[in-house]
Design a protein around this ligand. Structure first.
Ligand code: SF4
Ligand code: SF4
Ligand code: SF4
Length: 425
C-alpha cells in the first residue's frame, strides 16, 4: 500500500437483479452505521500507522441502490466527522447497476460521489437480467434510468464485458451503440471470466483470445478515428496509448505490478479480501474479518491467502513471462482471471495473447499519433542482435560495444526486479 489507500467497499451483499454471469455469492447482509464506524476507524488506524494521507472508498455491492439514499446521507456525515478528527481525507466513488435509480439519489450523488456514477452494460446484452424479465427488460430500464441521471447532470461511465455475440457483430456496432446511440463518452471494456458458482452461461464465458484480440484492435482503430480527438475515454485502450506516448496514464489493476499493493475489499459481513471478485465468491481466499481483528495491518500480515497473492508475480514471472517484451507493464496479469480459468493463482493470465496483441497495437498507434517510426519489439530485438553480430566481427572497439551490449540481459531483468519490488512492497 502506498500513500493512498483504495478500498472496494460493499456495505450490502444484496442485489436487485439476476445476471447470469454474476460471480457474486449474494446474501441479505447489510452494514449498520455502527458497523460502518467500526470499519472506518480501523481504516483510519491503518492509515495513521502507514502514514497514508488519503483513502478512496469505491462503493458497490451486491447492488448499492438496494440501500436507501438516506442511509448514505448519515454515512457521509459520519465518515467526514471521523476522518477530519484524524486529519485524513476520504473520497468516494459509486458503482451501481442503476436499475433502482430514482431522482432521490441525485443529492447524495452530487455531494458524496462528485456527481458521477459508474455502471455496467453489455452490447448486445445477453446476460444482465431482472428477476422477472429478460435482458431486453433490463436494458430498457437501464437505458431509461441512465438517461434520467444524465438529464439531471450526473456523469455516467459504463463498464462493458464483450460476449460471443459482441465478437460476432464486431467493434463498429459496439462503439456506435455506446458513443453514438447512448452518448456515453466514458466507457471501459473488461474481459469476461467465469467467477463464482458455475452455471452453463459461465462455461461459455471465457472468449477465444484471437477473436477477442481482433475485437480490441478494431475497437482501438475506430476510437482513434472517431473518439480520440473528441475526448472519448475508452479504457483500457486510451490509457495504453497514453502510456506508450509517454503521457500520464492509469493502467487498470490487471496490469499493476501486483494488485495486492493497490486494493483491498471489505464486504457487508466485514470480510476482507483482494477485490470484490474474491470477497463475494471465494471464502478460501478471504484475508480475515475486520470485525474480529483489532488491527487491519495485523490481519493483512497474518493472512496466508494474502501471502499467496504477494508471491504470485515472482512465481509466475520466472516460469511464464520472463521473456516477454511487456513484462514491465503487465506483470503476468490478473489473479482472478487466472484462478477462475486455470484453478491456480500461479500461472500467467489466460488473456496473455490478447494483452500482447493489444500492447503491440497500441504502441504502434502511439508512435503513429506522434509521427514516429514504430518497430515492433521483435524487430527492435533483431536490430540489436544484428548490431551485436556486426560489432563482434569487426574490431576490439567493437568488442567494447559487445561488452556494453552484455548489459542488455540486465536491462531485461529490470522488469523482474520491478515486479519483485511490487510484490514485496
Ligand atoms: S453482476 Fe452485479 S448487478 Fe448483476 S447480479 Fe451480480 S451483483 Fe447484481
Ligand atoms: S484480482 Fe484481478 S480484478 Fe481483482 S484487483 Fe487483482 S487484478 Fe484487479
Ligand atoms: S503479456 Fe503475457 S507473457 Fe507478457 S507479462 Fe503479460 S501475461 Fe506474461
Amino acid at each position: 500500500m502506498r500513500n493512498h489507500l483504495s478500498v472496494i467497499f460493499l456495505p450490502t451483499n444484496k442485489c436487485n437483479v439476476n445476471c447470469e454471469y454474476c460471480f457474486e455469492d449474494k446474501t441479505d447482509d447489510r452494514m449498520t452505521h455502527d458497523q460502518l464506524s467500526a470499519v472506518i476507524n480501523k481504516l483510519l488506524d491503518f492509515m495513521e500507522e502507514g502514514d497514508i494521507g488519503g483513502l478512496t472508498l469505491h462503493w458497490q455491492g451486491g447492488e448499492i441502490m438496494t440501500m436507501p439514499a438516506e442511509w448514505f446521507e448519515t454515512a457521509y456525515e459520519l465518515i467526514n466527522k471521523l476522518a477530519s478528527a484524524r486529519g485524513r481525507y476520504i473520497d468516494h466513488g459509486l458503482q451501481t447497476n442503476m436499475i433502482g435509480y430514482t431522482p432521490l439519489w441525485n443529492d447524495i450523488i452530487a455531494r458524496m460521489f462528485g456527481n458521477s456514477v459508474g455502471t455496467s452494460m453489455d452490447y448486445p446484452n445477453l446476460y444482465r437480467k431482472l428477476f422477472r424479465g429478460g435482458p431486453d427488460d433490463y436494458s430498457r430500464i437501464w437505458t431509461r434510468n441512465i438517461q434520467a441521471a444524465r438529464a439531471a447532470g450526473i456523469g455516467v461511465g459504463v463498464i462493458s464485458v464483450p460476449n460471443r455475440a459482441t465478437l460476432e457483430l464486431g467493434a463498429e456496432p459496439f462503439y456506435s451503440f455506446f458513443v453514438d446511440e447512448l452518448g456515453i463518452t466514458d466507457f471501459q471494456v473488461n474481459t469476461p471470466f467465469p467467477g463464482g458458482e458455475g452455471n452453463t452461461t459461465k462455461e461459455a464465458l471465457a472468449l477465444e483470445n484471437e477473436a477477442l484480440s481482433r475485437f480490441f484492435i478494431d475497437l482501438t482503430d475506430i476510437w482513434v478515428e472517431r473518439g480520440y480527438h473528441e475526448g472519448v475515454k475508452l479504457g483500457p485502450i486510451d490509457q495504453l496509448v497514453a502510456h506508450f506516448s509517454g503521457e500520464q496514464s492509469r493502467l487498470p489493476c490487471i496490469w499493476q505490478s501486483n494488485c495486492v499493493d493497490e486494493f483491498i475489499s471489505i464486504d457487508a459481513r466485514g470480510f476482507v479480501a483482494q477485490c470484490d471478485c474474491w470477497v463475494t465468491s471465494y471464502p478460501e481466499y478471504f484475508f480475515g474479518n475486520i470485525f474480529e481483528w483489532d488491527s487491519l495491518s495485523e490481519l493483512l500480515k497474518s493472512s496466508p491467502a494474502r501471502k499467496e497473492f504477494v508471491e504470485r508475480p515472482l512465481a509466475i514471472i520466472d516460469q511464464d513471462c520472463i521473456e516477454c517484451d511487456y513484462l514491465s507493464m503487465c506483470h503476468g496479469g490478473c489473479p482472478v482471471r487466472t484462478y477462475t480459468i486455470k484453478h491456480t493463482l500461479l500461472e500467467k493470465d489466460p488473456y496473455c495473447y490478447l494483452y500482447k496483441s493489444l500492447f503491440r497495437h497500441t504502441e504502434g498507434v502511439a508512435a503513429r499519433l506522434a509521427g514516429r517510426e514504430f518497430l515492433p519489439a521483435e524487430l527492435r530485438r533483431a536490430r540489436v542482435n544484428n548490431g551485436k553480430a556486426k560489432s563482434c566481427g569487426s574490431s576490439s572497439k567493437a568488442n567494447g560495444a559487445q561488452g556494453l551490449a552484455d548489459f542488455a540481459p540486465d536491462a531485461d531483468a529490470g522488469p523482474n526486479r520491478t515486479a519483485q519490488g511490487g510484490a514485496l512492497g
